[in-house]
Design a protein around this ligand. Structure first.
Ligand code: ZN
Length: 246
């Protein structure tokens, strides 16, 4: 356990768990709590929860200023996220906060805002097997993982995934039905690090899988803010005397 804990805020729509009995049975307190408790048990993290139906979606300026890395799980209610909150989160990412976007968060306003593309993909919900291949073993997010690991039942997300070229493709997934997908990709925007990780469909117990948990822990450590700096766009005086000035 390190002395300085990484401040994580786990954001979740937290509606599927209330509306769907199958999801509720897997995540009785919500996916955000399953992820957050796992991170707390790991020892290096201080965890805050925020959900869509909290005032300001739980993402007040104070919460964001005290967040090193924000997890985002959204699915059916992206449109209910207020644009002013998306503006606020974007500003904080550009200043240095990390963002980890999970599963259906690919269509969240904040992810599309940060990427500038549609993030569209192919999908299928048959509960098929998924094999995740580690592409960059030296990447901090892949630390301690085997060459590949499997999830017995997942939702298929297939290429082409409409994202800009990532900084790193850490994972590529193969699905039983034949598709492939860049399931773990990183981006840098301003001072902020972004990681998208595809597994996490709500009706399967994916966030209890030890390899998936390892990815989330590694990603939180990798993406955690090292600075909070909005450099602005200042006019500056020269450092040296300018002799050619007219
Ligand atoms: Zn899903």
């Amino acid at each position: 356990m390190s002395e300085h804990k990484i401040k994580v805020t786990v954001w979740n729509e937290f509606r599927h768990e209330k509306e769907n009995d199958k999801v509720k049975a897997i995540y009785p307190e919500g996916m955000h709590v399953a992820i957050g408790e796992m991170l707390k048990n790991e020892g290096d993290f201080e965890v805050t929860y925020a959900t869509l139906d909290d005032p300001e979606h739980g993402l007040t300026q104070e919460v964001l200023d005290n967040t090193d890395v924000l997890f985002w799980w959204g699915h059916g209610h992206h449109g209910d996220v207020k644009d002013e909150i998306v503006d606020r989160v974007q500003k904080r990412i550009l200043a240095g906060m990390g963002l980890i976007v999970l599963h259906s968060g690919h269509k969240s306003k904040i992810f599309m805002r940060m990427l500038g593309t549609t993030a569209n993909l192919k999908w299928r919900e048959k509960g098929e097997k998924e094999r995740i291949w580690v592409i960059e073993h030296s990447h901090p997010i892949a630390k301690g993982l085997p060459d590949h690991f499997e999830l017995p039942h997942t939702e298929m997300y297939g290429e082409r995934f409409d994202i800009p070229k990532p900084d790193d493709v850490v994972f590529i997934t193969w699905y039983e039905g034949g598709e492939v997908f860049r399931s773990g990709v990183t981006f840098t925007r301003g001072n902020g690090k972004i990681f998208y990780f595809a597994p996490g469909h709500e009706s399967f117990p994916i966030y209890y899988d030890p390899n998936i948990q390892k990815v989330l822990v590694n990603a939180a450590k990798w993406a955690a803010a090292t600075i909070n700096r909005d450099s602005g766009c200042p006019m500056v005086d020269p450092l040296e005397e300018i002799k050619s000035s007219k």
